[in-house]
Write a protein of this length. Sequence first.
Length: 156
Amino acid sequence: MVGGIKIMKYLTDELLLECFMGTRYEENEDKFLIGHLNNRKNKFKDVVTGQIIEGKFFSPLSELKKFNHNGNDMALGYMTGLRANNASFLQRIEARYIDSILNHDKIDLEDIKKIKKIMNQEIISEHNKAVKIIHALNKKNEKLKQYSISEEERDF
């Protein structure tokens, strides 16, 4: 209890995550959810926003931990669109920070908010980079089509 306010704590191993990236990017405004399942295990509730989504499979939050701490080091994977070898220096620092939070048995709502903020920012940033690259490639392909042989010329 801090200043008469009870701080909500959660067991790290009981929290789950849902990530909306790649082809699922447009499905949800909040790109990274952290929460728990209902008793029927068919609905997921984000502990920060209260958003409820339906589903059957959600990943454990502990999967964001570093591999050498029995996790899968997926924090960098989610941040970089599953290309962790392309992670920036800042992303590596952020992943270590998340790892330090998740190495505790219990975490509070403020820690969860910090993780969500980092992950949401990085997922959105990575998506925007990918959109720019796709746009540039499409533009380049259109330019190259000007110089390609037409179907009429191939039918000579």
